[in-house]
Design a binder for this molecule. Sequence first.
Ligand SMILES: [Zn+2]
Length: 168
Amino acid sequence: MSDGGADDKIEIVKGFIAPVRLRYTVNAGRASSRFLRGLTEGRILGQRCPVCHKVNVPPRGACPTCGVPTEEDVQLGEVGTVTTFCIININFDAKARELPYAAASIVLDGADTTLFHLIQEVPVAKVRMGMRVRAVWAAERGPSLESIDHFKPAGEPDAPYDSYKDHL
Ligand SMILES: [Zn+2]
């Protein structure tokens, strides 16, 4: 019988399965609704802050920096720059992609915040910071970021670090 002393062999817990689910419904609100309708139409919309003039995408109806309402819609281009990225080696949803694949934070031209999306049509070992990428629209669009199937290399020279260092 153990006396609880320091010599006891302790088995370290490294993981456990917790079958917890949260079901909830999100009301998109005006700004997100315009953004989602834009995706249905093949357009990526941001909103410009009237105080700091930064363009936030996806728009939330208020500037996250200044806390003021944003009303001015800005249509963004489909090309942007990879700021950071990661390589995924484990599939975690039903829409399996061929492993490994890359997901990246992308600052679209004209935007000041980043979108997180898939990078395809390039070996993961070639994905890099500063890479210029272009949105590839899904065959069927709807009010969802899944209207953009993925981003692919835009075939442009890499953006210089100084051009995106403030978006990391
Ligand atoms: Zn602002």
